[in-house]
Design a protein around this ligand. Structure first.
Ligand code: CP3
Length: 335
């Protein structure tokens, strides 16, 4: 088993720097697109053989040091009965607007409600010689989809509810945290060796609002995973001013987007947490020489300190040439 990802998460020295890419499964791979012509998103999520195949495609083609489960952050919500579709972004039939809607958000029983996710993890854990990363959306990002009913450029409705009805908001995030803990604990029991919590839209919040209205729920998640002994990664976009709070929630690794140089992130976070990132995904659309130069910049900003997992600052863009990603993996490995 290649454990470089796990070692780096715990701040241990590694022979080869671990590298994987957020959203490495699907998106830019022709073999995934071919499969998508025949199957819908949820059809793939609910068919363990297919989901495992899509998860393994980037491991084979790119040579990355970890696999990330092929699923979506909305899958546990659909699994408790929320009517939600991917078109391709999440779209809800009936958005959440008031306390009455909470009745629709019951606790998740992972083995009964989403056995296909856990079967996929079990298949992967049995086949791969790199760790499988389990994942979930964080309560704020999940709540944003529930309240907006889909994607939003401002998260205006979400923040309005957060400010106007703090009791409803707290209960909503607390229930979502319960769903996330149940989902991640089950993924780890099925064989996931690390977990990542995606709070993709947390960067919409001020530090004060994050601390007051979101941190209690994210703390609950990381505390609810503490006894499992697997590294817990916490990531959000545009979170330069929130990095300390993402760590304070209880993460072992903080994902850093491309806007914050890693040396600055490290200075803010201290030595007790590892960092993951943070090449701008758009750089991978440029010629190889540019990619190599910018990747070198990321490596230099970290300065060879242990506790670094190389990644992009956000997900792979769909138009990325997979050959560039392959070269990038070899480059980071020093091959
Ligand atoms: O590496 C991977 O791609 C693994 C699987 C994965 C998916 N979604 C499958 C997917 C992961 C890790 C996610 C996480 C996810 N989903 C996040 C957090 C990460 C991030 O990008 O910030 C968020 C915010 C979502 C919600 C979501 N799902 C959106 C906004 C969209 C539409 C646009 C997009 O990102 O592609 C989806 C659909 C989705 N989820 C696709 C995939 C492969 C594209 C659907 C398609 O193939 O048509």
């Amino acid at each position: 088993m290649n454990t470089s990802l796990l070692d780096a998460c715990w701040g241990k020295p590694v022979e080869r720097l671990p590298v994987w890419f957020m959203r490495q499964a699907g998106r830019c791979l022709p073999e995934y697109r071919a499969l998508r012509e025949k199957h819908g998103m949820f059809d793939i999520f609910r068919a363990p053989e297919l989901a495992a195949e899509v998860t393994m495609q980037p491991v084979r083609r790119l040579g990355v040091d970890a696999a990330i489960l092929f699923s979506d952050i909305v899958v546990p919500l659909a699994a408790v009965g929320i009517e939600i579709d991917l078109q391709p972004g999440p779209v809800l039939a009936r958005p959440f607007r008031s306390a009455a809607d909470l009745a629709r958000l019951r606790p998740l029983e992972p083995e009964a409600d989403m056995p296909y996710v856990l079967d996929t993890v079990r298949l992967l854990a049995g086949e791969l010689d790199v760790p499988v990363i389990g994942f979930a959306g964080a309560p704020f990002t999940l709540a944003s989809y529930l309240v907006e009913g889909g994607s939003s450029k401002t998260l205006g409705r979400t923040k309005a509810v957060m400010h106007a009805d703090p009791a409803f908001w707290a209960e909503l995030l607390d229930r979502l945290a319960g769903i996330v803990v149940a989902s991640l604990r089950a993924q780890v029991a099925a064989g996931a060796r690390a977990v990542q919590v995606f709070d993709s839209w947390a960067g919409f919040l001020s530090p004060a609002d994050y601390r007051r209205s979101v941190l209690p729920a994210t703390r609950k998640i990381f505390a609810g995973l503490a006894d499992l002994g697997v590294p817990r990664i916490h990531f959000g976009v545009g979170t330069g001013e929130l990095l300390e709070l993402l760590a304070e929630a209880g993460a072992d690794v903080v994902g850093v987007d491309w806007r914050v140089p890693l040396d600055r992130a490290r200075a803010r976070l201290g030595d007790h947490v590892a960092v993951q990132g943070n090449l701008d995904p758009a750089v991978c659309l440029a010629p190889w020489e540019v990619v190599a130069r910018e990747a070198t910049g990321v490596l230099e900003a970290n300065g060879g300190r242990p506790g670094h997992i190389f990644n992009l600052g956000w997900g792979v863009l769909p138009e990325t040439d997979p050959d560039i990603l392959r070269r990038l993996v070899d480059f980071v490995h020093g091959d």
